[in-house]
Design a protein around this ligand. Sequence first.
Ligand code: ATP
Ligand code: MG
Length: 360
Amino acid sequence: STAVPKTLTIGLIPGDGIGKEVIPAGKQILQALPSQYGLNFKFLDLRAGFEEFQKSGVALPDETVEILKKSCDGALFGAVSSPTYKVKGYSSPIVALRKKMGLYANVRPVKWVEGVGIPVDMVIVRENTEDLYIKEERIYEKNGQKIAEAIKRISENASRKIGKMAFEIALNRQHVRELGGSSLHKSPSVTVIHKSNVLSVSDGLFRETVKKVYESDPARYGSIEYKEQIVDSMVYKMFREPAQFDVVVAPNLYGDILSDGAAALVGSLGVVSSANVGDDFVIGEPTHGSAPDIQGKGIANPVATIRSTAMMLEFMGYQEPAAKIFSAVDENLKENKVTTPDLGGKSSTQEVVEDIIRRF
Ligand code: ATP
Ligand code: MG
């Protein structure tokens, strides 16, 4: 087209370890997008992480948050290493970033490679601000015994927001499917995870609120199939027949557990992407850590980051280039020739990036 390309400013936060090797892969992918999509990119390099903490005493500099808020349309976050010992004054910068940027949802798709392993093509939408993670714990003694309690807080507001996001993601996935690319699903569905047979008040509120969101807008959500699943039987079904799930929405703790379990369905951590999403900002993030065992070798799998880059675009409203990236990745994985050692291949990070780009 002859339209003037739009420039998007993307914050790059490599963090520690292989974060520094995979974030440049995301950058190259954006730079290589065909001009037909009408997008140009400007990149801002931002600081955060354990190394940054060791240098400056601050894991997440205020400047990083300010630049994200003032100047960026979206961002990519690599990884931060979590020291196994407790370090005074250090806390995870990604957790702080989610809070400061209002990123209340963690969205994690898990997709198989056609012909390899068990068929799965689902996305877990995890509420990220409340539930047991408010960390309101106390310990006291009664009759000479220690007793500990933790509060599980579920609010109507947060449940409504995450519910709405889940239904919107279901519609969006359907849209991306219609743009092409492989998928297990023909029509959208949303499964709500709960344990309200036991926790009828808290999980009951979550379940009812999400259901209300669904019922409130039949014109918009009518094409989506609505389902509910108790968390324990969800674990069983997710491992036995994961193909039946499309979008899964869960309170924080169940979402955390299901996300890691689901990642086990697809082989390597190096292919699992995520996005931290709020009302007006998104940060794409591979789900793996800083992988100190392979750091500096140039063999980190860039696929998780490349898929996270596509997710970032998707949530920014650019479905077409996102679909292009997803299908180039699927083709690379399906061919199974140019892959990194974690997938049994012999290729470098850079060779995988180039193999994906040549499929654009
Ligand atoms: P951290 O404390 O940062 O989480 P970790 O030691 O737990 O570090 P992870 O990054 O969580 O390491 O990775 C767990 C294992 O998976 C490691 O053996 C690592 O090499 C491997 N791995 C993780 N990500 C990738 C990747 N992108 N490519 C290849 N292997 C990976
Ligand atoms: Mg780890």
